[in-house]
Design a binder for this molecule. Structure first.
Ligand SMILES: [Zn+2]
Length: 93
């Protein structure tokens, strides 16, 4: 199993967890608060992963996706891990 498959499974598990938490706690008094906490925790986990996961060759974060718009370089963060590094083209493990 490679990193891409693992990442997709984690994304699906997150989505399933989100719906489970959503349906499970919505009727409670502070249900929406728990969903906010769930979102916040997953946001922090994603940010940690985004900064930890780096290309072994050029050390750039692999989730950072460069775009070229009107000659300017704009970076966006992607959720899915690419098969190749977007900076140097190195195949990711
Ligand atoms: Zn690279």
């Amino acid at each position: 199993m490679n990193r891409r498959t693992k990442c997709n499974i984690i994304l699906l598990a997150w989505l399933a967890g989100f719906f489970l938490v959503g349906f499970g706690v919505w009727s409670f008094q502070a249900g929406h608060l728990m969903i906010l906490i769930y979102l916040g925790v997953s946001m922090i986990a994603y940010m940690l992963y985004a900064f930890m996961a780096r290309c072994p060759k050029c050390r750039n974060p692999i989730l950072l996706r460069p775009h070229r718009i009107f000659g300017m370089e704009i970076f966006t963060w992607s959720l899915v891990v690419p098969a190749k590094c977007r900076h140097c083209g190195e195949l990711l493990p």
